[in-house]
Each structure stands twice: as C-alpha cells, then as structure tokens.
Design a binder for this molecule. Sequence first.
Ligand SMILES: [Zn+2]
Length: 661
Amino acid sequence: MAKSLGLSPAQHEILAEAEFNLTALSEQELLAIAEGDIDLDRVDDDQLIELLNVANLLYRGGELLISDELYDFTYLAELKRRIPDHPFLHTVEPEPYPGAKTVELPVRMLSTEKAYNFNAIERWAKRIEKAAGECGVDFAGLIFRATPKLDGFAAYDDGKTLYTRGDGRRGTDITRVFERGLQVAKAGARGLGAGEVVVSRSYFQAHLAPFFDNSRNFQASLIKEKELEPHAVEAIKSGHAVFFPFALLPCWEGEWSLLAADFDGVVDRLWQAMDFDVDGIVLDIDDERIRQYMGATRHHHRWQIAFKKNTETAEVKVLRVIAQTSRSGRVNPVAEVEPTRLSGALIQRATAHHYNMVREKGIGPGAVIRLSRSGEVIPKIEEVLVPVVPELPEECPSCGSPLVWENDYLLCIDTLKCPAQITNGIEHFFKVLGNVDGFGQSSIRKIFAGGIRSLPEIYALAEEQLVDLGFGPKQAENMVAQLQRSRMEPIEDWRFLAAFGNYRMGMGNCEKLLSVFPLERVFLLTKEEIVAIRGFSDKTADEMLAGLRATADLFTAVYGLGFNLIATPLETDQAISGNGPLAGKLIVFTGTMRQGSREDMKKQAKALGAKVGDAITGKTDLLVCGEKVGAAKLNKARGLGVRIVSEEDYVQQLLESGAGQ
Ligand SMILES: [Zn+2]
C-alpha cells in the first residue's frame, strides 16, 4: 500500500525497469490521490490516466499502490465514465518482466467487458435475448454460465508454450514457470487454453504472508524472478501454486430466469467456492450459434461479461445542487455533499440522473441521500432518505436562456450561443480524438472567452494569438504543435466521426456504421441504409440522421483541415443482419442461369441472408448475370456502380466461402 512519504524503493525499481516517468503528477500528488485524499473532481484526465498506468505497473510487479477495489470502482470506473472508449480501458496487462521475449499469441485474447451492477447484467442479457430472437434460438431455454474469475496472473497455455496475455495479440513466453515445476490445477493436462497462475488463499496465509505483502506480489515473483526463492519452490512443489485453466473452474449453469431470480446467491456461492482470491464472476453463453452471431468488438466478446461487485454505500447530507449544462444542452444536477469517504476515496459530489429525479425525490440542501459507487456514474445517488423541497433552475446556468422540459430532462435550447454547449462540444472533440494534450476544459474556456468559438477557428490559431488570449509563450507553442500533431497522427475514422458528438453516434455505433459504409458516404446515407445495418432501429436511424444534418457543415470544415484518417475495413458481410458472405446484400439475378433455375438461386441467396431485388437501383450490391443479359441492364448497373459478376464467379465464391454447400 502507499506510504505517505513516497513510493517504496521496490516501487521505484518497477517504474524504472518499465522506463516510466511521472509527467502529469508529482509523486506526492500520486500518493495523495492513491490514498483518496484528493477529490476526483480535481484530478484531470491526464493525471487519472497516469495514476492508472502507475497503479497497473505496480500491480503487475506485485507492489500494490492502491487496493483492487479503489482501482476498479473508483479510478477505472471514473475513466470509463469520463472517456468511455479510452484505449486504457482495453489495454490488457503490460509485460511481466523487462527483457521478456515477446511472441505472437496462438489465439487473440480479448479483454472482458465489465459490469458493476445487476442493471448492467440485465442490459447484457437483453442483448443476448435480442440476438437469440434474431437467430431463432429459444432464449428461455438458453444456458447461461457463471464462472469465478481468479485474481492471478493471466496466461494462455497452448500445450507447448505458456504466454502472458500482453496486448491481446502478442504476449510473453513464460513457459519457464512450467519448467520450474508448476503444475496444472486438478492434475489437469497442458494445453487447456486461458487460465491464471494462482496460489491458494489458505496456503498463502499460512506460509507466505510473512514474506510477501499479498498474493499478487507472490504470483508475480513466480514469473519475474530470475531464480525462485525457497518459499516459491515449496509452494509449487506442494501443489498450492498452480496454473488454473478456466476450463477446469467450477461453474453455475442455468437459464436466465433462474440466474436473474437468484443473482446475488449465485455470485456469492461461486465467490466462496474456491480457496483462491476471486475478483469477479464471468458470465457467458455456451451456445455456439449465439457466439458466432454476436461476435466480438475489437476489445471483447459480446457474449461474455465480467461482474464486479462492490457493496459499499454511504449516507450523506446534500449541501446544495448545482446545475451544469452539457454539450447536448441537457442541464444536469450535481449534488455537492458533505465530504465523505467511500471505497477509500473522498467524495464531495454526487450525480442525480436528471432534474425530474431532483423534483420527484426531493433532492436539495439538507436532504440526506445514500450513495454508492457502482461503476458507471460515480458516485450516484442510490436513494433519498430524507427529502426536502427541491429548487429547480429556470435559466441555463451558462447562457441564461429559459429552460424547457424534455421528458425527464431540463434542456437549454439555445444550442448555437450557449457557451457551455459550445465549449463542452469542443472539449468532447479533443477528448474523443485522444491524441491532443493541452485542450482541456480550462484552456477551451479561455479560448472561448477570447472570442474563438469553433474548431476550425481553433485549428487556425497562431502562437501569437494564443499568447494574446492569455497563454504563456511556451504553452502557446506547445498547443499549436499539438493541433498539428492531431492532424498528422494516424487516427481511426470512426473515432474522428464520433468526436463530433452526435446523439447515438458514439464510438461503437460509428465503428459499426463505418464497417459498412465508407466515411465519404456517411452524410449521404438514407434511413433505409442505416436501418439495414444490424442493431440500428428506425428510431436510432432518425436520431442519427438528425445529428448528421446538424453537424454536416462543421464536419466538412474540420474534415477539410486534413486529418490522417485510417479507414475502417468494410465488413459488409458480417455487419449486416447475419453472418454469411451474402448477408444483408441486395442482389439482382438476371439472364438465363445454367447451373439451376433462377428461382432456386434466389431462394438460396435469401436463405444466406441476402435480399433479392428485381430491378437494378442505386442500392443494389450485386448483379449476378447468367446468359443473354441485355446491354442496357449492364450499362445501368455500371452507371450506378453496382458490382457485376458472372453466374460461375458467383457460385465459385459461395463454394469458397463454404456457404454454397
Ligand atoms: Zn445555455
């Protein structure tokens, strides 16, 4: 644990080995945050990420900076709230020891999506239900599996080599732990895939606790030490330190209705079932059809989720409620509360969902509320124990416009002039871009105060202008360099599109959209084209189109500045309703077919998820030509940019994809 005087020599050594230097935080600040002495509101994004990086390195090195709970529920959850798709949330562990050999993993090891409360698990189950419906699997009978997640050193065993997970694609060869005598748990065989190097809890307490601060510290030593210590040799020999493949872990299996009815019970029993440290419960679906259908994001499998629990709550008194206008114009209530410790951190603020909650639950000065840290919004108001008569704002705190109710929300509708909406939108842009330093809230407000109101204006700023706006010469120079860098550095096109902050166009949806249509087409899309993409409803499409219309000019102007965009690979086949090579394609068959009747070919194409049309239009993906096709038809298809293939090529492609049998 953190020592208030400074990092320990062992901690310094780990950071030095990793060539990690503190830049955003001083050592004192780092420790103060780690001990929960600084309100998270006063920690900026760079500092938060630096803290997480340090905590992660020290965790892997076995010299903990902060407790797992503080790490997961406070800092990691805070990052998830602030920057939901920050790369850090998807990085898997750094390498176990410097100079270790990096090798390609035999399979891609994704991280696991995390849920901090049952609501998030329910939302996940809803997605499973939807997928089951779409691929004709009976959801009620579908088997869910829950498995404890051991808190050890993650590794993958292909039978010959043991790999660390590394970045998910490349890990480190740590086979030497097997050469040192490590056994597979339950006398299992080698080659069972993913698992954890762990030591049993009771053995650690009885034999190792005097020599190691915690089991993490010991597990790391098994892998990183050049020579094993006698305690480690003994732990391995006695079979208490093992490699535990997930496949051999105990699990609960059953239908969703059973799991939902006794979720806490299932979780608690699995948590207690083993004599090992557990840091979560992994839920997944064992049905291959569902797994295939749902697939994975670039970070995690959609059919799997890890539940992390935290039950700590606190009762506090509200001092006052402050209104804050977001970039969308929604005015959010933030309750200032009496400073309180929760999960090891100092809390001074809490969020209510919206002003309707403030109105209905009676949240205001003097109210007593119960807080919990459950990951997504931190901390959130769980319950109002003593209500008061609430005060509701009538004007936007930023621009003074009268507020209107929209469902549960108070809304500032002066979108084009409201400083909060504009500056928050600009801040969001840089945050999502993720490659620019120096454009946080305070800088953007300063720039705005100087009359600069838009992204193109910001990108056109020269050093002298920034100095005139009140920045130091060095800072101004750095800011201009950062802006330049943000245009030079390669960046995914979906991230760029998401940076414009349109409603319903977060990074996930943008990536989905751009895996079907190239960026140049996004602003020309029709509702039908969006709805054809799996997972986009009519309503979503309408909302996306409204947002796209509203930002089209800004997008064109910023895009025109020249960014180094990486195009998302087009995966039309997978992305559109189904999995096969024809899924979601609009196909027209024409001419006399030789290998079978045209009707049979149409049926087969439909069975493979394609839509079959009669006339060639701009939406046709593929024209399949048999014999005697008229020139007019071919010319029309060419003119519309429709792909034209012969019957032979079409059949050949189906056979090659395995779909034709
Ligand atoms: Zn306003």
